[in-house]
Design a protein around this ligand. Sequence first.
Ligand SMILES: Nc1ncnc2c1ncn2[C@@H]1O[C@H](COP(=O)(O)OP(=O)(O)OP(=O)(O)O)[C@@H](O)[C@H]1O
Ligand SMILES: [Mg+2]
Length: 442
Amino acid sequence: MTRGINGYAPRQPFIDFHNRAERWAILVCHRRAGKTVACVAELVLSALFTKKSDARYAYVAPQYNQAKDIAWMYVKQLTADIPGVQYNESELRADLPNGARIRLYGADNPDRLRGLYLDGVILDEFADMRSSVWGEIVRPMLADRKGWAVFIGTPKGHNEFYTAWQGAQDNPAWFKLRLRASASGLIDPVELEDARRGMTDDQYEQEFECSFEAAVAGAYYAKDIAKAEEEGRITDVPYDPGLPVFTAWDIGYSDDTAVWFWQMVRGEVRVIDYFAANGEGVEYYAKMLNARGYNYAKLGKLPYLWLPHDAAAKTFASGGKSTQEQFESFGYTSLIVPMLSVQDGIQAARMMMPRVWIDRKKCHEGIEALKLYRREWDDDKKIFRDKPLHDWTSHPADAFREMAIAWREAQPKKADQPAKFETQVSINDLIKRQRRKRLETE
Ligand SMILES: Nc1ncnc2c1ncn2[C@@H]1O[C@H](COP(=O)(O)OP(=O)(O)OP(=O)(O)O)[C@@H](O)[C@H]1O
Ligand SMILES: [Mg+2]
């Protein structure tokens, strides 16, 4: 290294990374290896020594708060001795005197990135990001100026990060590095042993030995998805116009909305499509449904949707109308999925799983989310909490739960079958009950 920035001495394994010539890089590194520091340093080095005018660099973390809490501090430390550097705290942006800018983003709000160009980007903890962020948003931004990209993180099973790692192996356009704690020498052995004691074997293998094969710690559906994969149930699942299409929704008013589309054939649940968007209103979703043009299942003359219980609540933001009522004004009626605890909902999804066929292409992002959806880890007590981690996987997973409950409601019930769930009612009861309720309130 001949170039330097504010007291930064790269850790030995990252020297080759800073000196690479490849446009693309993938680094699979253990926890606490110094990934985030190395990445931020790479952005600062690039911004400082670029010959391009108005160069733009970005750091993307899975969540905006992570960028703000950790990487922003590193940006300021590593740029502190650059004369004339200016910081924009509200945008998490550092402007260098040569016109180059470094800005931090969260993959939980990727739309902020749209419409810009980039000369270089770091995707930190890529395994925790929704898969569409790269292909739909970041990659096109690099096209104008032939920008570079770095994918970095610890493995999370066979997800998009794994696919990228596999794809990079025999490709000379990629710089690749896998850093295992047992070999990197970056963590004190006593410290490492202490970490091991507080983790399951799978967790340790994943977090410190960078194993893509270890079971994703705390994942709810990873095994079910792996089984579906093995049995060839994640494949082309074509739409059959002769059969009705059902939709189950998780609606985010300020964040993500996710929708699963399925058809039912002789006991099989055929998931033909998946859709997700961020921060849109009901009109947008009604148009999305119209554009798909499926033969939606009907109640009377109107196509109907399975909506979550909060869709019945009236909100001030939408002029005192509920989501359910708003959908009605666009010609879609709906049923509210009975409310179950998260645990019971997950149980219902697991019961449905063996019957599920999912379209590999159209549902790609939804499948990735289901693989990764997992329990929250309590780092103090070293145990999993009994609730799901809230991240980008929550919305698709919640919609999938809604779908499982809706699917189960639609099953013919045997009279002698004991009710497994308190809310077990027939679909006809449900329709009657919801109609009655609505008449009462009108
Ligand atoms: N080149 C370096 N010189 C000195 N200290 C460093 C260097 N790189 C990283 N560190 C220190 O090591 C610790 C871990 O760094 P960093 O946050 O970059 O790791 P990480 O691999 O991103 O960890 P995590 O897996 O928790 O995200 C921090 O305390 C950081 O200040
Ligand atoms: Mg980090």
